[in-house]
Ligand binder design. Structure first.
Ligand code: SF4
Length: 453
């Protein structure tokens, strides 16, 4: 091995992993705006100096360091971190010290390329001598996004619980936005209102996140939702209801998907996107199932030394899922008493739906499980059209498209694939317009159900 290769391997083990965030400036890349900002606020309540980085401004840097074969989210997040570090360097001059920062990046194990983002970004960061010490601290799906090692061990569980709650509230803010914006009394009212609501909730999380005072946070949310209801003009008739599924980053990162939801709304839609928490619950569920399989194998092979470990893991992941679904349901139930936002899907329900339809299997893994079952759920609920959003060449979303397109054709439900990379596709707008025309026809023929029932 050459000295450069040895250095790279060393850097991979020394600078990528789960590092303590205390005393560092924690840099979070933006994915969905509300969830990320509230997560950063939660970190701050625990005394961690976390910020969400500006996004998309460094896209050219991300493209410069990739070949085009990488997934688009990898290019965008790479651009975000490089841009941020360059700006910090300019701002701080001689006072700039790379050891003051930690880059916070979530990762997933196989089978697709998500698990490789942090390794690849490590190589790029190491190509800049001044960024070599920048540690990449990861949350990983392998341990159900535990915060082990990131904070003092006494605070790990509390941080995970409050962080999860921030994601639930972020999802609800998203659902509120999509529910009211298509029916706003005056153009622009919703965006302005939601910007203010986000700041209020950030302050609330900073104050109550560490204390886990979830009732105080819920009360603030309830006040925001009550006020938001007034933005709706009751004279605007219901619009075709469109469900979105797809790759989590692309479907929630507005700049990467060229503000798809707003474009759909401009052509007459009310939209519901799959949530972030659905993915977190899916990870806990998968980890629970994995621990269960390991337990059965231990019993079969009489590996008694491993038995306790497998039992503990199975109980831990099951308890986590139970807690998450309970917490999520409490807030949704409260908000739904005020406004009819779309409910979230239960992972166990999605799995049974998939087995009933015999279209795919949770055993295969990846987001395709959630997207295919999510589409079937939208279809059964009476949505008027479905959009699959994903990075160009994304493996799970391409599988989704191959499995679901003929099914949607048979069911007579308008369906469109919208892959994105950094280019602007000339026919995209007219494809969406045509899709929305079909969705309107579908609503005329079949009516609409879903969030406005
Ligand atoms: S889910 Fe798609 S975009 Fe994400 S790493 Fe896998 S292939 Fe790439």
């Amino acid at each position: 091995m050459s000295p450069t290769e040895i250095r790279l391997f060393q850097s991979m083990s020394e600078n990528v992993g789960q590092f303590n965030l205390s005393g560092k400036k924690v840099l979070i890349p933006e994915m969905n705006r509300y969830g990320c900002r509230l997560l950063a606020a939660t970190f701050r309540s625990f005394g961690i100096n976390a910020i969400v980085m500006d996004t998309f401004k460094g896209l050219s840097l991300g493209l410069e360091h990739t070949s085009g074969k990488e997934c688009f989210p990898c290019q965008v997040t790479l651009g975000d971190i490089l841009y941020h570090m360059k700006s910090e360097q300019e701002k701080r001059g001689k006072g700039f010290n790379i050891n003051d920062y930690i880059y916070f990046l979530v990762e997933a194990g196989g089978p697709c390329r998500f698990g490789m983002y942090n390794k690849y970004q490590r190589i790029v960061l190491d190509s800049y001598p001044e960024y070599r010490g920048l540690k990449i601290s990861s949350l990983t799906t392998d341990d159900g996004y535990s915060f082990n090692g990131l904070v003092d061990s006494k605070k790990t569980v509390d941080l995970r619980k409050s962080g999860f709650f921030a994601l639930v509230i972020g999802d609800i803010l998203d659902r509120l936005l999509w529910r009211i914006r298509p029916y706003e009394r005056e153009k622009g009212m919703t965006d302005k209102y939601m910007d203010k609501a986000l700041i209020t909730l950030e302050t609330t999380f900073e104050r109550y996140g560490e204390k886990k005072n979830f009732s105080a946070i819920t009360e603030t949310l309830v006040g925001i939702v009550k006020e938001a209801r007034r933005i709706i003009d009751p004279l605007i008739p219901p619009k075709p209801l469109i469900g979105i599924v797809g790759e989590i980053y692309l479907r929630t990162h507005i700049r990467s998907n060229q503000d798809l939801i707003r474009t759909l709304e401009r052509h007459g839609a009310e939209v519901v996107n799959a949530s972030i928490v659905e993915w977190v619950n899916f990870i806990s569920y998968n980890d629970f199932k994995g621990a269960g399989s390991m337990l059965r194998l231990d019993l079969k092979q009489l590996r008694f030394s491993n038995l306790m470990d497998s039992i503990k893991k199975a109980i831990k992941f099951r308890a986590e899922l139970f807690y998450q679904e309970m917490r999520q349901k409490q807030v949704y139930d409260r908000v739904k008493q005020i406004i009819d936002i779309a409910p979230d899907h239960r992972v166990t329900h999605l799995e049974s739906l998939l087995s009933e339809e015999e279209l795919f299997s949770f055993e295969v893994g990846t987001e395709a499980c959630l997207s295919i079952s999510g589409i079937m759920e939208y279809a059964h609920q009476g949505f008027n059209g479905i959009v699959n959003v994903y990075p160009f060449t994304c493996m799970p979303s391409t599988i989704t498209s191959a499995v679901i397109s003929p099914v949607m054709g048979r069911m007579g439900i308008p369906y469109i694939d919208t892959p994105y990379d950094s280019s602007l596709q000339p026919g995209r707008e007219s494809a969406i317009r045509t899709f929305m025309y079909q969705a309107e026809q579908h609503m005329k023929r079949k009516g609409r159900k879903g969030s406005m029932d």
